[in-house]
Write a protein that binds this ligand. Structure first.
Ligand SMILES: Nc1ncnc2c1ncn2[C@@H]1O[C@H](COP(=O)(O)OP(=O)(O)OP(=O)(O)O)[C@@H](O)[C@H]1O
Length: 460
């Protein structure tokens, strides 16, 4: 989903971790550590969602600073959705933040899946209030492949059929899912997105099916699962190919019975959601029963939509460049510039291993760094094919769809500092899993959050 998220937190580590996590999903994420900069930032554009720390001055825990900022945000013509954050699980403060208009409240350190769910829900609520979806969810492209894709979406959307969207990282699978929901009979309901690859097995059932108060130590109140929260709407199950087999079995049972039983409940609850799922697994892996259960696959893939990689629809590159350059020029208040003819040629011939997401990031970079009267190819920071010193495949895709930088990837061979080795190991693992963060983190033996932090640290 494309949206503009602002993280307002004086703790740079917290802000960076959240930024890395959210940028991959929503595209445009700004951070601000000093609330004094807020008016200037709002003058450049109002975010869709603000993650707001309630305490800025060290030692302060009454939340007064954050609550005052909420009043500033609330007076905007099109106020952002606010998710209040605090390191202190302080219920009265949470209630006060909610009274002043926060839509949700999370405590630090957060669980990544929870944070994403909170942002998704905030965006969905805002969309319900303001009509048009936040950001620019429009599926752009006039190539034949994109026109066929849009026609398929239009014919499939009004049915109740479950849809599985396939394609590489960053091709626009979530945009396709949103387009299906928006054109469906369920459009008035919400579309909730769940990153199935990021759901820890221990909380899988509680997140999806909900729980009753007291059913386990942390269950302090009744909580609806995503299936119940998306009632009447659509549930977007992202990264479905990364689900452990045990979780697949639980999901299958829910879909077969069309009901779920919250943990601790004695009665099942009927579900009323349309399932749209997505994965970047190639079809050979998806049809491998040791990776994905065939019976679940057949429940999910009544209709399959394949989103082609950008290199198979190069005609769309100029349009996408124009769109994202304009968007970032306006966000960063830079003059409008043309792309030089040679640069356009190189960008159109580029393979874009990270697809549209990588193109979008390249545009942001060009707008920030480009100094000439026109954009030059160097402004976009395209990686050349890596020299593969450690057996990397060419154009190895890494987080956010950028490519492994040749010099950095080659570093360990000659100058094996611990940092360089770590960077190379991360790049190689990401390449091995085609940029899939969940799998790479698992193989490296670290959490997804830790991997995101390391990606930021190494500038990958
Ligand atoms: N056709 C398109 N027009 C405009 N923007 C697009 C298009 N396709 C993708 N994007 C943008 O590229 C980014 C990635 O899109 P999206 O999240 O839908 O991809 P995805 O295939 O779901 O990625 P992943 O598999 O990595 O989760 C988003 O910022 C999205 O807005």
């Amino acid at each position: 989903m494309t949206a503009y998220i602002l993280i307002l937190d004086d703790d740079a580590d917290v802000a960076t971790a959240a930024q890395l996590l959210l940028r991959r999903r929503y595209g445009q994420v700004a951070t601000l550590s000093d609330p004094a900069g807020l008016p200037a930032l709002l003058a450049r554009g109002v975010p869709d969602v603000v993650l707001l720390d309630l305490n800025f001055t060290p030692g302060r825990i009454n939340g007064a600073e954050g609550l005052a900022l909420m009043d500033v945000l609330r007076t905007q013509a099109r106020p952002p959705a606010v998710i209040a954050m605090t390191a202190y699980a302080d219920v009265p403060l949470a209630v006060e933040a909610l009274k002043r208009g926060a839509g949700d409240f999370i405590t630090k350190p957060w669980d990544n899946a929870r944070l994403i769910a909170a942002v998704d829900q905030a965006l969905a609520r805002r969309q319900a209030v303001h009509g048009a979806a936040a950001g620019s969810p429009e599926l752009m492209g006039e190539s034949r492949a994109m026109r066929e894709l849009k026609a398929l979406i239009a014919s499939v959307a009004p049915t109740e059929a479950n849809v599985m969207v396939l394609g590489e990282n960053g091709v626009g699978k979530e945009l396709v899912a949103r387009a299906i929901h928006a054109a469906s009979r369920r459009a008035a309901g919400t579309m909730l997105a769940v990153d199935m690859g990021a759901l820890p097995e221990s909380t899988f059932e509680s997140e999806l099916f909900g729980h009753r108060r007291g059913s386990f130590t942390d269950a302090r109140s009744d909580r609806a699962g995503r299936f119940q929260a998306a009632r009447g709407g659509s549930l977007f199950l992202d990264e479905i190919g990364n689900m452990p087999l045990a979780a697949q079995a639980k999901l299958l049972t829910a879909l077969e019975r069309r009901e779920v039983t919250p943990i601790g409940a004695d009665k099942p609850e009927a579900i009323d959601v349309r399932i749209i799922s997505a994965t970047n697994l190639d079809e050979a892996r998806l049809f491998d029963p040791s990776v994905f259960r065939a019976d679940l696959l057949f429940r999910l893939n009544t209709i399959v939509i394949r989103v082609p990689p950008l290199r198979e629809r190069r005609e769309d590159v100029p349009l996408l460049l124009a769109h994202y350059l304009k968007m970032y020029e306006s966000q960063y208040q830079r003059p409008s510039r043309e792309v030089a003819a040679v640069a356009m040629d190189a960008l159109t011939r580029h393979d874009w291993p990270g697809n549209v997401r990588a193109l979008r990031h390249a545009c942001e970079r060009a707008v920030i760094l480009g100094q000439g009267a026109e954009y030059a190819v160097a402004d976009f920071g395209l990686a050349t094919a890596p020299a593969a010193p450690l057996g990397y495949p060419p154009h190895a895709e890494v987080s956010g769809g950028e490519s492994v930088d040749r010099a950095a990837a080659a570093a360990p061979a000659t100058d094996a500092t611990l940092d360089a080795i770590e960077r190379a190991a991360i790049a190689a693992t990401l390449a091995q899993f085609n940029g899939n963060i969940s799998h790479a983190a698992k193989t490296l033996g670290i959490s997804r959050a830790a991997l995101y932090r390391k990606l930021g640290k190494h500038g990958i």
